[in-house]
Design a protein around this ligand. Structure first.
Ligand code: BGC
Length: 365
């Protein structure tokens, strides 16, 4: 009996070891053929407007890159109208899209339609702008928006040499749409650099307009920016007071400021003006000295990252992220991929924009 038991035990151990061995050293799996990327699946891409160059470019980049990866793309632009964007997304869901990529017009207005997406099991990638207060948002792909703001703030600090020059210097502020969560990062990032100089009196804001809600611009519209600055100039600078700097969060608002200056500012001191996007139209202003800098966000890189995210989601893999602590949309942190923005001036635009193939020289001259 004892012998039989010992034999059984030995047999069990042999089997167990064999099983272990199999787990530890599996036979080489045959190389898996790459799954046909895309497979014709429908991806819905909702962009906010065609009015600003960047969104046309973002939309076209996304479409081209997704199609190259084998997806079918439904690309829509929302004409800066929330109801239009909502109905475009509803259609994408009804048409059976597998993933939604959305650059929102108003980050707070998509909760209901995105609840439908969630119900249908469609993952949502927030593109460039975070979609707020919706737990249907799976991922966020954008640029480091805080870094955009600090880059602009630091540019003004260094251009005016605020740490050494005597001053005081006059500055005015303008940012973008209050429904765009990005302005909290752009404006607050810039203010994290500039506020200490306002506090010490080295910087002075003659209009007194320094609050984000006051310096915001509906739809980032150039006309509205121009109208606000015409008022600021006539009320505070008509007597010859110099304006040394304007913190503008992007190129469309900077353009409004530059139009207002051209119409009604006569002082010889021309302000240091910041921007963002390297819009084709403002490159002329940059080269001719009407705008000191812009922040270049290579939308090709962002589109490529989103395509990687879509691909991973379609294959049930983990999309690439490099930030899991910054972007809370009110329902929790949204895992994000942040691309890097770069300061662009007359000194490096050739290398950044032309040599890299982003624009041809013709497009910006
Ligand atoms: C984008 C900027 C753009 C602005 C106006 C923001 O959400 O991040 O690049 O200039 O919208 O379209």
């Amino acid at each position: 009996m004892k012998k039989l038991f010992a034999l059984l035990l030995a047999l069990c151990m042999i089997f167990a070891l064999a099983a272990c061995g199999q787990q530890a050293a599996p036979a080489e799996a045959p190389a898996e053929a790459e799954a046909p990327a895309g497979d014709g699946s429908l991806v819905g891409v909702a962009m906010p407007t065609k009015d600003l160059q960047r969104w046309n470019q973002d939309g076209e980049n996304m479409k081209a890159q997704l199609e190259a990866a084998g997806y079918t793309v439904d690309l829509q632009f929302g004409a800066n109208d929330i109801a239009t964007q909502v109905s475009q997304i509803e259609n994408m869901i009804a048409n059976g899209c597998k993933v939604l990529v959305i650059a929102s017009i108003d980050g707070d207005s998509l909760g209901t339609v995105l609840a439908q997406a969630k119900e249908a099991g469609i993952p949502v990638i927030a593109y460039d702008r975070l979609i707020m207060n919706s737990d249907a948002v799976s991922y966020y792909a954008t640029f480091d928006n805080w870094l955009v703001g600090t880059t602009q703030g630091e540019f003004i600090r260094d251009a005016l040499d605020l740490d050494n020059a005597e001053g005081p210097f006059n500055i005015e502020f303008i940012t973008g749409d209050p429904g765009d969560n990005n302005i909290n990062f752009f404006f607050d990032g810039a203010m994290s650099i500039l506020q200490p100089y306002l506090d010490s009196g080295k910087l002075v804001c003659p209009s007194g307009q320094t609050e984000k809600a006051v310096v915001a611009t509906a739809n980032w519209a150039t006309d509205a920016a121009q109208a606000r600055f015409e008022n600021i100039l006539s009320s505070n600078y008509a007597d010859g007071t110099p304006l040394h700097a304007v913190l503008a969060s992007n190129d469309s608002t900077a353009q409004g400021v530059e139009n207002a200056l051209a119409a009604s500012y006569t002082n010889d001191v021309y302000p240091v003006i910041t921007g963002q996007d390297c819009d084709m139209a403002i490159m002329k202003n940059l080269v001719e000295g009407r705008q000191a800098m812009s922040v270049f966000k290579d939308t090709r890189t962002l589109a490529a990252k989103v395509v990687e995210m879509v691909d991973a989601l379609m294959k049930g893999a983990e999309p690439p992220v490099n930030d899991t602590k910054t972007y809370d949309n009110g329902t929790g942190i949204i895992p994000s991929f942040l691309c890097s923005p770069v300061s662009c001036t007359v000194d490096n635009y050739q290398e950044l924009l032309i040599d890299s193939g982003y624009y041809t020289l013709d497009q910006i001259s």
